[in-house]
Design a protein around this ligand. Structure first.
Ligand code: SAH
Length: 342
């Protein structure tokens, strides 16, 4: 049976009309499901009975099963969600001052093969469907009903822009005013910089975060093989060319790795590369894992790198990852798959 969570409101409009009902019924339906959390058509008592039955014949509400819940010392919660294909997806809820940010996955594994990322080491397993992406939001929403999710970041397992069609559909669903109603300002897509996909998203479909992780082409190609197809300079040129951004700024992420990209020279080269680009820079000290081939930089090196950027008037933050102690930090998701591989 067709999973309700695969569909945008636009599609639901067409469905209810085909069932002989007025299209505004789709908005009511969306309110029941996404705002009130009612997952039973027969309980939707402001819908005509015939429509309720027709919908129940057409759709099921299938959410991933909450298989494991792990609490971090910093208050974050990692959810191990089991899909109906037996695959496990990890989704992390991160409370921070006045916000509850949910880190959502878009693929199982990843094709990008970034050297520093656990998910990259798994290799690619498969894309998540729209329902599996929305299912992460809904499953956590149902579980953590006393904590409202305020922000969504597509920064979990996988490369969101490599699953573009499903991502676009999911962005539409989470932003639907009669549904989950997230403003695009509260939704971030993090990418290695697949420029074709980025052009479909920027500037107004979501906030953009781009993982740079290096300040020169050779260094980036070494860490992120995708740089051979979408080089650093093309990415920066693209961000420079963005118009109609209003107050919005692109975020550049830079994972600081000891002895690889964390020297003062690297910081100066990064500043030069980004000179005049309206952006924010998030510095993420490398998170190690049992499979790590790199090391976390010393605090001193992180602070030095940070000050070089601040001295040159960049907006730069050191973003210590949440949930590191439970394998839920940046680049740590999917460790179980590697354990199975041995
Ligand atoms: N594929 C997307 C989203 C997933 S990775 C992307 O690359 O942006 C989310 C962020 O975690 C990226 O900025 C990535 O560079 C960072 N990251 C990956 N592995 C990491 C690690 N071991 N330590 C710290 N950050 C890491």
């Amino acid at each position: 049976m067709d999973n309700f969570f695969n569909h945008t409101l636009k599609e639901l409009h067409a469905v209810v009309e085909k069932m002989g009902a007025k299209s505004y019924r789709a908005r009511q339906l969306s309110q029941w499901v996404y705002q009130r959390g009612v997952l039973d058509f027969h309980s939707m008592d402001n819908l005509p009975k015939a429509l309720r039955s027709a919908l129940a014949d057409e759709f099921c509400f299938e959410l991933p099963e909450v298989n494991e819940i792990v609490h971090s010392e910093d208050g974050s919660i990692k959810f191990g969600l089991l899909l109906n294909t037996g695959h496990l997806v990890e989704t992390v809820l991160m409370p921070e001052k006045g916000r509850n940010t949910l880190c959502v996955s878009t693929q199982i594994g990843c094709k990008m093969a970034c050297q520093f990322c656990v998910t990259g080491h798994i290799g690619f397993v498969r894309d998540l469907s729209v329902a599996e992406i929305i299912g992460q939001v809904m499953a956590v929403k149902q579980y953590a009903h006393n904590r409202r999710i305020t922000n969504i970041v597509f920064m979990g397992m996988g490369e969101p822009l490599d699953n573009l069609e499903n991502l676009m559909c999911a962005l539409e669903i989470v932003q639907e005013a009669h549904g989950l109603d997230f403003s695009y300002r509260r939704v971030t897509v993090s990418t290695v910089g697949l420029l074709d996909g980025l052009r479909s998203i920027a500037p107004r479909k979501a906030q953009i975060a781009i993982s740079l992780n290096a300040s020169c082409e050779a260094g980036r190609s070494e860490l992120m093989p995708i740089n051979r197809i979408y080089p650093l300079h093309d990415i920066v040129a693209y961000v420079r060319s963005l118009k109609n951004m209003g107050r919005q700024r692109v975020t550049f992420e830079y994972v600081l790795i000891k002895g690889i990209n964390d020297s003062p020279d690297d910081a100066r080269a990064l500043a030069e590369l980004l000179a005049g680009v309206r952006c924010k820079i998030n510095l993420i000290p490398y998170n190690a894992s049992p499979h790590a081939i790199f090391q976390t930089p010393d605090e001193e090196a992180v602070n030095r790198f940070h000050s070089i950027l601040l001295d040159r008037n960049f907006t730069a933050l050191v973003r210590d990852s949440h949930a590191k102690d439970i394998g839920g930090g940046c680049g740590q998701l999917g460790m179980k798959y590697l354990e199975e591989k041995g």
